[in-house]
Design a protein. Structure first.
Length: 402
């Protein structure tokens, strides 16, 4: 399958840029302005004052969700004034609390591992923010961000990549915009963007697609941008504040057990643990122990050795496909089960629900060519071919053996 990368906004086109204040979004805005685009910058307002009680003298690190938001907004405003770029702040606090913070806490309390960045992109950055832009009467031809990814369009319809057994749904004859990985593999963020609807992607562009992080910093320093001196922000929320999110409901302690059911100690509450975790368990053993399973119903955290984390595959549901076209057939693809993991070869098959199964939409069984470590329910399994996202779903459970 051949793909054509979509052109960046040209001279005179109206481009709205999501400006966080970091070096990536700042340079995205400036590069578009230098191309002769009519640029407007917007910032999401997420933080509610007095949201979390901070310890006295606490040094606040940079993160997406932080009480430093007001400082970032002022710096963004100053940058836009200096560059002659119109600037607006869009309040998305209510949507963020519901769709990201609420989701994050609910997933951990269900014994699952959420991905707030993926959730934020689909519901907030490319959802509530765009709605806010529209309500403010800000018109645009393109919406641009500082993500490291590419927007592409296939030369052939979607159904051509799945073979003769693919669904004959009319959406399979479309050629929607899809996300392709960035040239800088170390900073690629295509994994985070797979749930953005195709109709939204039609107007989305990524000005940093062909640049490396090193090049971006060098370009920012040459232009004397203050953003070049900023440390890279942490994802979502700093770990030092993470625990405070769960203070609204008391944790329920329970037992650590091994794979044979032997009690090894007491845990603080399942929301404090995730599959593959080693640190902070407070259980001594001759060999390192890791979280192998979390049983919400029995309030148990199951510990095992590193080899016990290996999985042959997974079951995923709640899939998102380009143009909403579900191929409804088996096919081969590469799959990533977390941002930091490398794509691995896998066979994807529609999964027939068994008694007791509860899924959101059609579930698929994804079997790896090589065993993978620490498959975590709640994380995303994203499918690729030729570096282009074919779609993805939320991991429901791991498959330990073939």
């Amino acid at each position: 399958m051949n793909y054509t990368e979509l052109e960046l906004p040209g001279k005179g086109s109206r481009a709205v840029v999501g400006l966080s204040g970091g070096v990536d979004s700042t340079m995205a805005a400036l590069l578009l302005k230098e191309r002769g685009c009519d640029v407007t910058c917007v910032t999401m307002s997420l933080w509610r004052d007095n949201e979390l009680s901070l310890p006295e003298g606490y040094e606040i690190p940079d993160s997406c969700y932080s009480p430093k938001e007001s400082d970032d907004i002022e710096e963004n405003r100053k940058f836009c004034e200096e560059q002659g770029i119109p600037y607006a702040v869009i309040d998305v606090k209510d949507a963020y609390q519901k769709e990201v913070i609420g989701y994050f806490k609910s997933e951990y309390r269900s014994g699952r591992t959420p991905n707030p960045c993926i959730r934020c992109n689909s519901f907030i950055k490319f959802g509530a923010l765009l709605s806010g832009i529209k309500s403010m009467g800000i018109g645009y031809d393109y919406f641009c961000t500082g993500h490291y990814a590419r927007a592409v369009r296939a030369a052939e319809p979607l159904n051509c990549m799945y073979g003769e057994n693919a669904s004959r749904d009319e959406r399979g004859f479309l050629r929607p915009v899809q996300i392709q990985t960035a040239l800088d593999a170390a900073k690629d963020q295509a994994y985070f963007l797979y749930r953005i609807p195709s109709e939204i992607l039609e107007k989305v562009r990524f000005p940093l697609a062909h640049l490396s992080k090193k090049e971006i910093f060098e370009m920012a320093r040459k232009r004397g941008l203050k953003a070049a001196e900023k440390k890279e922000s942490q994802d979502f929320i700093p770990s030092s504040l993470l625990e405070k999110l769960f203070t609204d409901i008391p944790s329920v302690p329970g037992d650590f057990i091994d794979l044979d059911g032997k009690v090894l100690g007491r845990h603080r509450g399942i929301e404090h643990y995730t599959i593959g975790q080693r640190r902070g368990l407070g259980v001594s053993a001759p060999q390192p122990l890791y979280v192998a399973e979390i049983d919400r119903e029995k309030n148990l955290v199951v510990l095992g050795h590193d080899s016990d984390l290996l999985c042959a595959g997974l079951i995923a549901d709640d899939f998102v496909w380009p143009a909403d076209y579900d191929p409804e057939c088996e096919f081969d693809a590469l799959v990533k089960i977390r941002l930091a993991s490398k794509p691995v070869r896998a066979h994807v098959v529609p999964y027939k629900p068994q008694p007791g199964d509860q899924f959101s939409g059609r579930a698929y069984k994804i079997m790896f060519e090589e065993m993978q470590r620490a498959v975590a329910p709640g994380q995303s399994a994203v499918l690729y071919r030729n570096g282009v996202t074919l779609g993805g779903g939320i991991i429901s459970r791991a498959v330990k053996e073939e």
